[in-house]
Every structure is written in structure tokens, then in C-alpha cells.
Unconditional design. Structure first.
Length: 149
């Protein structure tokens, strides 16, 4: 049984909103839940993301929320996987993360060079999907980013 801590989510949101010096924050989904199961990793990540978005909207907070899913690192720059995210594409060492920003979402997309993934949008209908591939040393860090607009 996976236990998502609503209290941890609410405390994290409140700390972010009330701290005027912090412009962004990030937490891995394993911070918010117990007994994280690899088979249900994405399902739990989307559940936590949706809870955070609902809390933001319910309390009329003004911040952007992103769900980023880390893909396997590569030695060469690659495009996003053609098929939807499968376990074989995921970086099993890095759990999905939730990022919050006190900035306009469109600026975040532009500043981070996120590429739209329209074929993913058809599968993940509630979200806009983006891809990021940035070099970090000799490897490329790759992410799929989900945004509920």
C-alpha cells in the first residue's frame, strides 16, 4: 500500500508560498509517500502532481507546477522516445520530481529550452508534455516534463 502524505504536501506548498526569498523549489515524489513501488511509479507521480495542482488552485496560489520524469542518461544527444514512457526508458535511480516556480510557466518553458511533444499530449490528455535533453559532463540528462495548464 502506497501512502501519500497530504500533510507533507500541504506543508511543502505553504513553506514555498510564504517564503518570499525562495523563487523555486523541487522535491522528489518519494518525499511525499511511503513504500514507493517501481511498477506504479508514474501513477503515483501523477497522483501527487494532481494533488499539488488542486491544492494550489483551491487556495488561489499563484505558482507554476511541473512534473519531471528522468529518462536514462545517454552519451549522445537523443530525441524523446517515440512511444509513451515505458519503464525501460526511465532512469530507475532518479524518482520523478515536482518543481514549483513563482514565475510564468511560459518563461520557464522558454528558459529551459523545453521542446513540445504533441504525440505525448494525445496519450496524456490532461497535460502538456515537453522534452529536455541537456549535456552534463560526458552524458546527456533527459527529462519528460508534464504541465497542467
Amino acid at each position: 500500500m502506497i501512502g501519500i502524505s497530504i500533510n507533507k504536501i500541504n506543508n511543502w506548498i505553504n513553506n514555498f508560498v510564504t517564503n518570499t526569498t525562495v523563487q523555486n523549489d523541487q522535491a522528489d515524489i518519494d518525499y511525499f509517500c511511503k513504500n514507493l513501488n517501481g511498477k506504479r511509479l508514474l501513477e503515483v507521480a501523477f497522483n501527487i502532481y494532481d494533488i499539488i495542482v488542486k491544492e494550489r488552485d483551491k487556495n488561489c496560489h499563484n505558482f507554476a507546477v511541473l512534473l519531471d520524469v528522468s529518462l536514462r542518461h545517454t552519451k549522445y544527444k537523443k530525441k524523446a522516445p517515440h512511444n509513451f514512457i515505458k519503464r525501460r526508458h526511465l532512469n530507475k535511480l532518479i524518482p520523478p520530481g515536482i518543481s514549483v516556480f513563482k514565475k510564468d510557466i511560459h518563461k520557464i518553458i522558454e528558459e529551459n529550452g523545453l521542446e513540445p511533444l504533441p504525440r505525448y499530449n494525445k496519450h496524456y490528455k490532461k497535460y502538456k508534455c515537453y522534452y529536455s535533453c541537456k549535456q552534463d559532463g560526458e552524458f546527456y540528462d533527459r527529462f519528460i516534463v508534464f504541465i497542467k495548464l
